[in-house]
Write a protein that binds this ligand. Structure first.
Ligand code: UD1
Ligand code: MG
Length: 457
């Protein structure tokens, strides 16, 4: 097995984005561009990644945490200079191969990276450029060949190209595989110069240097033209999200997901779905969400980072960071806040808000409730207007409600409270003490009728 690692260039600012975030942290379909690149690299089989950071590096370092190494490029002097910052990282990986790629080209995909690596190894190349044929190559570096289809001679940047070279439609994607042992000796200012139109230290200069040493260089022409796409302003970023959205919807439709209309349907890149799933208009599903077989989601629902069991319905509701079981129905107009675990055959009806709460199977919470920091057993019946009073102004407390309990309408539990199995809480009660199993708790002022009261007034 050949050893591989990756260096992702992500030090740039992206001025035209007019954002407070570094460019690579801007989202394409809810996911930072940098994360798209990292995910593709990992999916291609390379887990060992170093990110070159610079502009607002602390934001990227915070985001990455321990997941990737990061090195700092204090001043942006070009892509060649950026890779120089990873010299120590590469020294430790001699004998292997490095994939260098841009953190702002989110559609560089697993298949292209793999195919380019295969070619790189099979041909014994010192460098394999990932290139693409574009109808409009404006702005990109051009792959100059000997003749039309001959060997690669050099990469020339748009700003340095002759009118003749500008006609070339094969462009540099900005991603390359290098033999680390051949790359390291030229990674310095003695070899990479900045005598060009932009006064930058270009990484593509390495190609010229390799050819001067008679090292093998070739280009892998990517079949997927989207791999090279980037964005320089928010309009183009929006365009990338549109392309990603369409790609994802098409794939889901090909896999049998039913969508009577894709109007307002946006599904994120890390969402997975089973068979016979129906998605109705106005629905956004994002994060690492899984929708199991037979579910209907929508219309007008938002599901973020949830696992949803088979045959469950989420109708006009929002669910975040929670687990929802099978044959459960949520909505319309429910709000499932983070850290809920809802079991099978549960009914959560309209205007119900749940937070950090587990709900046992068969439980019904039909309407107008707030339940926070609580544990509900199986087959609990929660009446309309039930509220857990879980916050005393300082700390949050839990309510535990046993199996088969019946909570009457308009009741409040002042947490911490435990209601035993099969206990009843009478309608309108404010409960301040635990209710034993099987008991009936009444906690309200006894009704008094004043006869003929109105007349006496
Ligand atoms: C680069 C290539 C060009 C290619 C294009 C593909 C060079 C000189 N040119 O041009 O041939 O067609 O990508 O998109 O490499 N970066 C740093 N530090 C720097 C400069 C850049 O980290 O000092 C990062 C940027 O954040 C970005 C990536 O490198 O993620 C590419 O830089 P960019 O300035 O966009 O290069 P291009 O001019 O697009
Ligand atoms: Mg660019």
């Amino acid at each position: 097995m050949e050893k591989s690692c990756a260096v992702i260039l992500a030090a740039g600012e992206g001025k035209r984005m007019k954002s407070d975030l570094p460019k690579v942290m801007l989202n394409v379909l809810f996911k930072p561009m940098l994360q798209w690149v990292i995910d593709s690299v990992k999916a291609s089989g390379t887990d060992d990644i170093c990110v070159v950071v610079g502009f607002k590096e602390e934001i990227i370092r915070d985001y990455l945490g321990e997941s990737c190494e990061a090195v700092t490029q204090a001043e942006r002097k070009g892509t060649g200079h950026a890779v120089m910052m990873a010299k120590d990282y590469l020294e430790k990986r001699r004998g292997g191969h490095v994939l260098v790629l841009c953190g702002d080209a989110p559609f560089m995909d697993e298949a292209t990276i793999k195919a380019a690596f295969k070619k790189h190894i099979a041909e014994g190349n010192s460098a394999t450029i990932i290139s693409a044929e574009l109808d409009d190559p404006t702005g990109y570096g051009r792959i100059v060949r000997d003749g039309k289809i001959g060997p690669v001679v050099e990469i020339v940047e748009h700003k340095d190209a002759t009118p003749e070279q500008l006609k070339i439609t094969e462009i540099n994607s900005g991603a390359y595989w290098f033999k680390i042992d051949d790359l390291l000796p030229v990674l310095d200012f003695d070899h990479i110069k900045n005598n060009n139109a932009q006064g930058e230290y270009y990484l593509p200069t390495v190609i010229t240097l390799f050819l001067e040493q008679n090292l093998k260089v070739n280009a892998y022409i990517s079949e997927n033209r989207q791999t090279v796409m980037g964005a320089n302003n928010c309009l183009q970023l929006n365009n990338l999200s549109g392309i990603a959205r369409k790609n994802i919807l098409n794939k889901l439709l090909e896999n049998g997901v039913e969508m009577p209309s894709s109007a307002g349907v946006i599904i994120g890149p890390d969402v997975t779905m089973g068979h016979n799933v129906t998605i109705l208009p106005g629905t956004i599903i994002r994060g690492k969400t899984h929708i199991s077989d037979g579910c209907t989601i929508g219309p007008n629902s938002l599901v973020d980072t949830c696992t949803v069991g088979k045959n469950t319905i989420i109708n006009a509701s929002q669910c975040y960071y929670s687990t929802i079981g099978e044959n459960t129905d949520i909505g319309p107009f429910s709000h499932i806040r983070p850290d809920c675990s809802i079991d099978d055959k549960v009914h959560v009806g309209d205007f119900v808000e749940l937070k950090n709460t587990s709900v046992g199977s068969g439980t019904k919470i039909s309407h107008l409730c707030y339940i926070g920091d609580s544990e509900l057993g199986t087959d609990v019946n929660v009446g309309c207007g039930f509220v857990t009073v879980n916050y005393d102004g300082v700390a949050k407390h839990r309510c535990v409600i046993g199996n088969g309990a019946f909570l009457g309408c308009n009741t409040s539990l002042i947490a911490p409270i435990t209601v035993g199995d099969n206990a009843y809480v009478a309608a309108g009660a404010t409960i301040t003490e635990d209710v034993p199993a099987g008991a009936l708790a009444i906690g309200r002022v006894r009704q008094a009728n004043k006869e003929n009261w109105n007349k006496k007034q």
